[in-house]
Design a protein. Sequence first.
Length: 499
Amino acid sequence: MRSQYLTSALTLIIGGVFIFSAASKLLTIGFFEISLVEQRITDSRATAAWMARLLICFEFFLGIALLLPFYRKKFIIPITIITLLGFTIFLALSFFGAAQAENCGCFGNVVKMSAGQSIFKNIALLGLTLLLYHRIGEDTRKWQIPALLGSVCMLVVFLVSPLQSDQSSVFAKYTDFDQWRKEARSVFQSTWQMIPEAVAFDPVIIDEQDRGSYIAQKIVLNISGDNRILSYLLKPKGKGPFPAVLLLHDHGATFNIGKEKVIAPWGVSAERIKSAEKYIGEIYGNRFIGDELAKRGYVCFAIDALNWGDRGGGGMEGQQALAANMLFLGMSFAGLIAYEDVRSAEFLSELPYVDEDRIAAMGLSMGAYRTWQVAAVSDIIKAGVAICWMATNQGLLSWFTNRSGGNSAYSMLHPGLFNYLDYPDVAGMACPKPMLFYNGIDDKLFSVRAVEAAYVKMQDVWGSQSAADKLVTKLWPAPHEFNRDMQQEAFAWLDEQMQ
């Protein structure tokens, strides 16, 4: 009797591990697909999508088949042993290779394991599987049951996580990319509704601060015929011309600061300075990214979007009222922000000490949205760094998201856009410019699956224009933030593009 209990326990443990492994990969299948590419099993995301689902099907099949009395001694357990040996050899090669992934993906992103930890896990499973092989007797030989099981596993996996079709992109309907981009830009900008009149910027420097290798300036200018605003500008010391970065602040549900989230404030209230310092400590690795870039020789420029910083007042609850009343007037909250970002790029390009061929945009969250948006419609922007805002529209259509809740979403919702274009379609207008997209695996606002689907769309666009090397897409083991490690890698990439 004890022998039977031990055999049952072994089948439950081994089968349970395989089932859990398959389920955890399925829950974070986008991460698993990326793991296959990053571990150089394949260099194609489309191939990785197929491989990920087939491997998940195989693990579900093995796990469940181990629990059923059909062909275990003859086929199922020997296949399990071979599989574990194969996985272990591959992991050993990775373990002793030049680079190791922080998470090998054996349990998706549900349980993070290094290659070394997974090797020990596999060795333990191998021992248990060999013991099971010697203890188990011959099973019933009905091939129809395993065949049916395999078919059911395949059906369930592909129903739960269907392959994304790249034919859903508006781009797929065109054969001439330049023509598509021209028409798509026109359609996209039409969703901005009525925009203000463009007038001369008429900039006036009202304050300066020496920050060692660069100067910080407060500049008042006409961002449009309706709005004369205060902006921050950082200028490296020296002759120039310098590369420049249009810094686009995030949303963050923090409205008393805007431009102060990316450039260190001065000459403002102690409360505002404290708010900015607290904010960058939580989201930006305790650094003002503008000041870091200025140290590297970049001119940096930032304005407040309407309802933030010096243009604030509505706060969190006022966003919806602001957006609604603008719609009554034939305007769009998101459209105005987009238009002013284009005007900001134009202002940067007119500065005599800025190299107009080396102007980039950068931002986190809403700032990332604004980054790929302005890169898509303005030829002034030559490159973009977009952190933690990219997904498909379909992927964001779920309950309890910022999109569903209103308020925060209004600064990024263009009326009627999705009758024509998805988010990665808009970003695709920036092709073939160098563009970098980072997202966080632990970001609660964007599912890995929705992000990966958007990445695949954009990769198709850049690849179609022989510019695949100009597009960087990466998922980081991070929440909704722009931490120091992400900054260092992104800044180094930007330096290469701006040489």
